[in-house]
Design a protein around this ligand. Structure first.
Ligand code: NDP
Length: 323
């Protein structure tokens, strides 16, 4: 039904299926901020004409270990699907591959982008830049995006280890969730339009800004993401965003960078086995929850019991799909 909603609003059948898969995966894994909650944003963006729902990405290889994708103003998941096989094959041949995607819209969580590579035995790191929402290094206005990053690596005695996070103190989706629920957010997450600390999601989202995680350290990472995902790929910086010209548009027309490494080609020997021993040590030291654990538990539960969707969200989805 998610794919049908996308197709009804101008996406090609192939592209609709690819984007629907990540929305459904987010619901399955209980990553609510990037599941059905995002449907209105996707549809509003499609209706605004800001994104091309039928885009056909073009893949080129400008250097032996660099694969480039022109996403043609489409969704990043479509570009990722177009490049996945050539990226994995290049990584096996060269030992590593840098995948540079430009002119793409990423409105989802990043773990679905890296997890499949780790399931193939590869190490994967990805970063995505986005329109300005974060104020950095004591600046007065928002300049960089929430610029998320995700990392996945194979582990010999379990599923891949995957972490995935924004470089802002909180992902914008979490602040949106708080606004929808009528909740305030904790202190230290954002500022209002006058630059004062605020716990009001509306003040942060409308005219205010988010703060980077870890102060200057997170700001440095957000800067790095902008360099890799925009400068390196030939994409737009967050501050070059023009979505305001398309009322209703909620995505960023930006870029994505992936670094893939084949551990079997490096000097480390049995890397997945070494990762397993590192993980065992961390758990033994009291780390009860590693990144990805909570999602995996919810994934197992969904496979057993199904995915629970609230009546309101289901009715809304049905209306989007059937009119
Ligand atoms: P969180 O702070 O919720 O989580 C960050 C990471 O830490 C996850 O890997 C999570 O694992 C792990 N984690 C969380 N709590 C714990 C804990 N107590 N112990 C151990 N590990 C923990 O993520 P963010 O709010 O920063 O980002 C949320 C999502 O928003 C991400 O998926 C990100 O990709 C997405 N996003 C997308 C953007 C875009 O432009 N497309 C922009 C910004 C963010 P687990 O997954 O298992 O909870």
């Amino acid at each position: 039904m998610i794919g049908a909603a996308f197709e009804r609003h101008g996406m090609s059948a192939r592209n609709a299926a690819l984007v629907a898969a990540v929305v459904a995966a987010a619901e399955r894994d209980g990553a609510a901020s990037h599941g059905l909650m995002r449907m209105d944003g996707y549809i509003a963006t499609l209706k605004s004409g800001w994104v091309d729902g039928a885009a056909d990405p073009v893949v080129t290889q400008p250097a032996p270990a660099i694969v480039a994708v022109d996403a043609r103003n489409g969704f990043a998941q479509v570009a990722l699907a177009a490049v996945r096989d050539v990226a994995a094959a290049t990584t096996r041949q060269q030992g590593l591959a840098a995948v540079c995607i430009h002119d793409s819209h990423h409105f989802a969580a990043l773990w679905p982008d890296v997890e499949p590579f780790a399931e193939l035995g590869l190490i994967a790191l990805t970063v995505v830049n986005a329109r300005s929402r974060v104020v950095v290094w004591g600046g007065r206005k928002k300049t960089l995006g929430t610029n998320p990053m995700a990392f996945a690596c194979p582990c010999s005695d379990g599923p891949p280890i995957v972490w995935d996070q924004a470089s802002s103190q909180r992902a914008q989706g979490e602040v949106l969730k708080a606004r929808l629920a009528g909740r305030s957010v904790p202190e230290g997450i954002g500022i209002d339009a006058a630059g004062n600390p605020s716990t009001d999601p509306a003040a942060i989202l409308d005219g205010g800004a988010l703060l980077p995680f870890g102060g200057h350290k997170g700001a440095g990472i957000a800067f790095m993401v902008e360099v890799l995902a925009a400068a390196m790929t030939g994409g737009r910086f967050g501050f070059e965003d023009e979505s305001a010209k398309f009322p209703g548009a909620q995505t960023s027309r930006a870029g994505q960078f992936l670094l893939l490494i084949d551990p079997a080609r490096g000097p480390g020997g049995d890397v997945p086995g070494r990762i397993a021993s590192l993980v065992a040590m961390l758990r033994d030291a009291g780390a009860e929850r590693l990144p990805g654990d909570a999602r995996h538990h919810r994934r197992v539960r969904a496979a057993r019991d199904g995915i629970e969707v609230e009546d309101v969200a289901y009715a809304k989805l049905r209306a989007l799909a059937e009119g």
